[in-house]
Design a protein around this ligand. Structure first.
Ligand code: NIG
Ligand code: FE
Length: 407
């Protein structure tokens, strides 16, 4: 098969449409300015895109792989998941759909705290075994790079086991690990924040176990002052940072994160004009998680208004057992069109180049020379199927670094 020719030139032909945003962060109206090349070809050399253009002008190559008239788009990048956990939240789900609020379940010691108990009792090997099928599902849905957070560790040892599980899985998947400071203990929170800043973050940074630090800034989690303390500790340790904010209340976390230069602020379901203006005026990516809107019945984050204000928007699944049991990055893209008001082209930019920027990654997310050859061959000759189809995957095969990794 052509996939074995990793170092030699391989020319992919039979592409009905080759569709991509330009490389790099796209904000505002630029998110809609994607390139569509009809009857295209793509040359891949050493796992990197070497040339794209009309098939009639394609260069000669040692190997040719005919994709049979399919549309090709960049591999999706899922910038927000909690794919490592143990236990389940099925009784929380049943209570919630009978009328008990997510925050009330958490305040009573359930929700995230329930997943923390199950995760703390799991070994690293258990966590790897539980996360693998979830990551395979995301990959089959089109994710060629996936962020994975810790955050269900009741104590620091459990947090480190979660990050070690991610490190183990990095040999099978392209993963970006994030240290998530999720909820404080029920007593001794000042001491906990101190230990996070002085012990956990420096230890994780020194071991190279996380690429960024995240905090859940919310009434039932960390307040703005605590969040600032933790983000400043991340900065001192040389780690970029991001934030969960404006999911239930606007506490000021979004404004703080923009001010401190966060990579992204994620959730934003209840963001208003002040938060939209702060994001639009910053380099911080606004990451939407439409699975949460669907599963918790929350308001939809103001995706349309963010883009119209000039912000850079990304989209992710937020795969987790409590607020978004969504195992498909393509579904998150498709939901962002329905729930957050993105156009299909904006949603494609959100799930590729902007998601890469939300993770601080360069060199992937677009199909252009010099970019890693991560791409999806759709079960369709029209790229818009990636934003249209619900409930069955429009993704035919998944290529990472020029190799077909479909199972
Ligand atoms: O991104 N909101 C906070 N954290 C996760 C949910 C975690 C959970 O419910 O287990 C989120 O929605
Ligand atoms: Fe999350």
């Amino acid at each position: 098969m052509s996939e074995v020719h990793t170092e030699a030139d391989i020319l992919f032909t039979g592409i009905s449409q080759l569709v991509s945003p330009p490389p790099g962060l796209q904000r505002g109206a630029a998110m809609r300015a994607i390139n569509v090349i009809p009857e295209a070809a793509m040359l891949v050399r050493g796992g990197v895109v070497a040339w794209v253009g009309p098939a009639r002008s394609a260069p000669a190559a040692a190997h040719i792989h005919d994709l049979g008239g399919a549309a090709v788009v960049p591999g999706l990048i899922d910038p927000h998941t909690h794919a490592v956990w143990a236990g389940d939240r099925l009784s929380d789900f049943e209570a919630r759909v009978s009328g008990v609020a997510y925050e009330d379940i958490l305040a009573r010691g359930g929700g995230i705290r329930r997943t923390m108990q199950a995760t703390a009792a799991a070994s690293t090997a258990d966590l790897v075994r539980l996360a693998r099928p979830r990551l395979l599902a995301l990959q089959a849905s089109g994710a060629t790079t996936t962020e994975v957070k810790s955050g269900y560790g009741l104590d620091f040892a459990a947090e480190l086991r979660m990050l070690e599980a991610v490190r183990t899985l990095q040999s099978e998947f392209a993963l970006v690990p994030t240290l998530l400071i999720h909820v404080p203990p029920t007593s001794g929170r000042a001491e906990y924040v101190r230990a996070v800043c002085e012990e956990l973050i420096p230890q994780v940074a020194a071991a190279g176990l996380a690429a960024a630090v995240d905090v859940f800034c919310e009434a039932e989690a960390f307040n703005v002052a605590e969040t600032r303390t933790i983000l400043e500790a991340a900065r001192r340790a040389g780690l970029p940072f991001k934030l969960h904010a404006d999911q239930f209340q606007t506490l000021g976390g979004t404004e703080l994160a923009c001010d401190l230069g966060a990579l992204s602020v994620d959730h934003l379901e209840v963001s208003g004009p002040t938060q939209i203006a702060a994001l639009a005026a910053s380099q911080t990516v606004a990451t939407l998680l439409p699975g949460v809107t669907l599963h918790l019945g929350l308001p939809a984050a103001p995706g349309r208004r963010l883009i119209d204000a000039g912000a850079a928007v990304a989209v992710g699944t937020d795969l987790n057992p409590g607020s978004s049991p969504v195992y498909s990055t393509q579904l998150a893209l498709a939901l962002a069109v329905r729930l957050n008001g993105l156009t299909p082209a904006e949603a494609l930019s959100a799930c590729t180049v902007n998601a890469a920027s939300a993770l601080g990654l360069q060199g992937r997310g677009a199909l252009a020379p010099g970019q890693r050859a991560d791409f999806l061959v759709l079960n369709s000759s029209d790229w818009r199927d990636v934003a249209y189809t619900l409930g069955i995957s429009p993704v035919g095969s998944v290529y990472r670094g020029g190799l077909n990794i479909s199972i």
